[in-house]
Design a protein. Structure first.
Length: 308
């Protein structure tokens, strides 16, 4: 076996797991297909991670990456294609080669969910975005739409409000789902117009976004809104297709209280795992627990559960 533990994903869950695995002297690799630090690096401001009263996502990602690298795990930039059982452990196939490990921790997170409406795919990167901190400055002093009503939609909307002329908040319900403090901040902004009970049915434009068509889900009335960009925050899709373990109806991995999946030796942590809430601080804790459980399994101090 190349490793004692391979961690798939380099966000808060994966990097936290790597710290605990290396402190246990386990041969450890972290495989990340995009950015070490995870998708949280694109967040404007983090205020609810203990020890960091206010820190940008970029700085937070840098801090946790530097902390993890202090313990010298192998950091591999690659996309995992398949995790398979082999004698003595697991084979982890990537687009940069195949590795073997006695245990695997899946901390692959989740990707932004798409609207799946005409114009979205064609105009992605040309006005359609899932990252306000990445693309917001391109639309300074212009009108934009934010689609969604949860924490991401409002926190990124607050960031956008400092740049753009006006925000149309499109939400399919008549009340927001974000945490109360974000709702208080967002609803007090002077340049926000709420479009309640509505969904985007089309994104218009040829070379770039010029507007959206929205439909009221209660009345059926359609309305065109002229905007230069559409920022989409309508949930996430777990990145778990590469591993064959028990999952819920949405693809999130189901584990026991020790983060172990239905396959002994495969653990899951963070946003890819079936859980009550998706928060960086929760992901980090789950990553730590998964690494501890993996260590105990290797030392035969943890009894595998076949039906997690």
């Amino acid at each position: 076996m190349d490793y004692d533990v391979i961690i798939v994903g380099g966000g808060p869950a994966g990097l936290s797991a790597s710290v605990y695995a290396r402190r246990a002297n386990l041969r450890t690799a972290v495989i990340e297909k995009l950015t070490f630090g995870g998708i949280i690096t694109t967040t404007d401001l983090i205020e609810n991670y203990l020890g960091f009263p206010a820190i940008s996502g970029a700085d937070f990602g840098k801090a946790i990456q530097e902390h993890a690298m202090k313990y010298e795990p192998d950091m591999i930039q690659a996309e995992v294609k398949r995790v398979s059982q082999v004698e003595g452990g697991f084979s982890v196939e990537t687009d940069s080669g195949t590795f073997t490990s006695k245990t695997v921790i899946v901390a692959s997170g989740a990707a932004p969910r798409k609207l799946n409406v005409p114009g979205e795919a064609e105009l992605f990167g040309r006005g359609v975005s899932t990252c306000a901190t990445c693309d917001g400055p391109f639309f300074a002093k212009k009108d934009v739409a934010v689609v969604g009503g949860g924490d991401s939609a409002l926190s990124e909307g607050i960031y956008l409000s400092r740049l753009v002329n006006k925000i149309y908040l499109i939400h399919r319900r008549d009340q927001l789902r974000a945490e109360p403090i974000l709702q208080q901040r967002f609803t007090g902004l002077p340049n926000v117009e709420f479009v309640w009970n509505s969904v985007v049915t089309r994104i218009e434009g040829e070379k770039h976004v010029t507007g959206i068509l929205v439909k009221n889900v209660k009345t059926g009335e359609e309305r065109k809104i002229d905007v230069s960009a559409v920022f989409v925050y309508v949930g996430e899709v777990p990145q778990t297709d590469f591993v064959d373990v028990k999952k819920d109806d949405h693809g999130y991995i189901i584990t026991d209280e020790n983060m172990q999946s239905s396959v002994p030796g495969i653990f899951a942590a963070g946003d890819c795992r079936h859980s009550l809430s998706k928060q960086a601080i929760i992901s980090a804790g789950e990553g730590a627990l998964a690494a501890i459980a993996a260590q105990m399994l290797l030392e035969k101090r943890l009894i595998p559960q076949q039906n997690a």
